[in-house]
Ligand binder design. Sequence first.
Ligand code: AMP
Length: 396
Amino acid sequence: MSFSTLGLSEPVLKAIAEQGYKTPTDIQKRAIPIILSKKDLIAAAQTGTGKTASFVLPILELLNTGYTLRGKRIKALILTPTRELAVQVEASIANYSKHLELSSMAMYGGIDAEPQKQRLIWGIDILVATPGRLLDMAHQRALHFDELEVLVLDEADRMLDMGFREDINKIIERLPTQRQNLLFSATLSDDIRQLAKRAIGPHAVEISIKQDKSTQPKIDQWLVTVDKTNKSALLSYLIKDNEWKQALIFIETKHGAAKLVSQLEKRDIKAECIHSGKTQEIREKILADFKSGKIQFLVATAVAARGIDIDDLSRVINYDLPDKADDYIHRIGRTGRAGASGEAISFVAKDNFRNLCAIESKLGHIIERKEFEQFPVKKVVPLSILNYVPKNKQRL
Ligand code: AMP
């Protein structure tokens, strides 16, 4: 199947060809015709499935009517959990719409609102925004929704995890009731269904997408059990011994991130860290340097790392194991993108045993363990019990 059978027009097809996409991914095959027929859609699809193009391409078609907006109006609103994802989605829109006359903008907090307000004055066809800044702008009457046609909730599960439920509800109250609604989420939990009921209504088409072969990550996962006090030495050893050139390193706290950078530097490994304590401008600069290869090792807290999208990221390291199994899946999905191969390595201390059980249960298999004789473990991590259900019924 090719893109031309999906009902997309020449300028969009041309942009897709220029991106080098040959065939649509599963979600694109299924979602594009549904969206073009103006139906509401709820889609379970993870990052890496090609989901962004699956909603951006048909939205471009639907909005490409030559109709000019009034000032401070938008035709489509895409809500994302993070500024990084907003920037990334808007970059995709700019790519796919380059042969069309449609405007787009990413709007997020943490930076001066004035330039964003100025751009809104003439109207923006497609606005990609984080919920907080969007509400601010609406309160200040810098933006009105009366011409809105399409709402997209992207990574809806992340938005709920990050506490945006109330903001989303407030935004929805401001939107015209006649609109098309699209919701994308890695998982369709009860929480998401509740949100969908409110935001989307009862007549949405629901689809669920497994990873498509062409974008199926080939991720080599392994773990090292390690005593907490040895983690930074182990990381330095692995980087040097394997001559790694790149890694995104996940860590739990801001303070831990800064400390790890200085520990690595003491061992002659240059690294940078990114966390919510740094300004948006600095974070963007660091991210750009990491993408270009200027920075080889980036230590990131989970929140700061959300939305980081690097096509050829070769390696992620869980220096601290995440609390939730879904977060593990999401993190390792950042490597091995678009069919490339990647490596995901986790450092597991005895305290992480419960989390490890939950992760391996979710994966349905035990993760390969590697041992390094220079780092003998005092506190042994037992093998997981698969199908483990945590007592506190923590949602996995
Ligand atoms: P997403 O799931 O939207 O984050 O997309 C994952 C990656 O797949 C992105 O790097 C896209 O550029 C890429 N991609 C999207 N659609 C296709 C396609 N039809 N063929 C090949 N790569 C694609």
